[in-house]
Design a protein around this ligand. Structure first.
Ligand SMILES: *Cc1c(COP(=O)(O)O)cnc(C)c1O
Length: 236
């Protein structure tokens, strides 16, 4: 494993380094790096750093809060055509309509009520976005996500009852635990449910996630440095 990457002040320079590491990790396990998408997680980062990535040609971004994303991204979309925006944080059912308007991919489908609401709003808006089911692989009570034992049933319900366009699974392994076991579990659950996409791996473990089949790595602080703190954000 290479040394942990220490980000410099310029996100565009970090982007080059992380892209290189993604290529290396892919090659090491005989994967095509074109199958791996780098989601730049821009929550609580200054606009200037986002501009730096846009200027470098990056177009795939992730946010974890709808309100914050709505404050930034509609204007940026006009300046940077071809954006692909990913919602990676918890989604309230009463915000589904707005989330569908802004985002292209949602990573946090995690309960039947949300699945039903997504189906209703997609039908009424005519807009369909790609969906990941979030799995609580560590069965942590404070974390959202479907419990591993319930995943197959939940996916079957999303398909049969709501015809949801599911593409993959997403996980956030417990802090301080070896993530490989969680990545392996997620891969196995996706394979047996005919889902091809895996959203897993963050700043500290994206290379390992690629070895376990990640198709979407979500990298924030290694690209853009430490985030500004807000007191009530559970995601750190
Ligand atoms: C913040 C966040 C990330 C990025 O974390 P880093 O460690 O800064 O790379 C990835 N996934 C989710 C769901 C997040 O909330």
């Amino acid at each position: 494993m290479p040394l942990p990457f220490k980000p410099g002040p310029d996100p565009a320079v970090n982007l080059t380094e992380i892209t290189k590491r993604i290529h290396q990790s892919a090659r090491a396990c005989n994967r095509d790096s074109g199958d791996i998408s780098l989601i730049a997680v821009t929550k609580r980062q200054p606009l200037q750093k986002i501009h730096s990535l846009l200027h470098a040609g990056h177009r795939v971004f992730g946010e974890n809060r709808l309100q914050e994303a709505q404050d930034k991204w509609p204007a940026l979309r006009e300046q940077a055509p071809g954006l692909e925006l990913h919602m990676i944080g918890a989604l309230q059912t009463n915000k589904v309509r707005e989330a569908l308007r802004l985002f292209d991919v949602l990573h946090t489908v995690d309960r039947p009520k949300l699945a039903r609401k997504l189906a209703e709003e997609m039908a009424s808006s005519g807009r369909s976005v790609k969906l990941f089911v979030q799995v609580n692989t560590g069965e942590e009570p404070q974390k959202s996500g479907i419990a591993p034992d319930d995943v197959d049933r939940f996916i079957a319900m999303c398909r049969a009852d709501y015809q949801l366009p599911l593409v993959g699974l997403m996980c956030l392994p417990p802090m301080g635990e070896e993530p490989a076991l969680h990545f392996a579990l997620l891969r196995e659950m996706a394979a047996r449910n005919d889902l091809t996409q895996l959203s897993m791996g963050m700043s500290g473990d994206f290379e390992k996630a690629i070895a376990f089949g990640a198709t979407h790595v979500r990298v924030g602080s290694s690209l853009m440095g430490e985030r500004t703190q807000t007191p009530h954000d559970p995601s750190g």
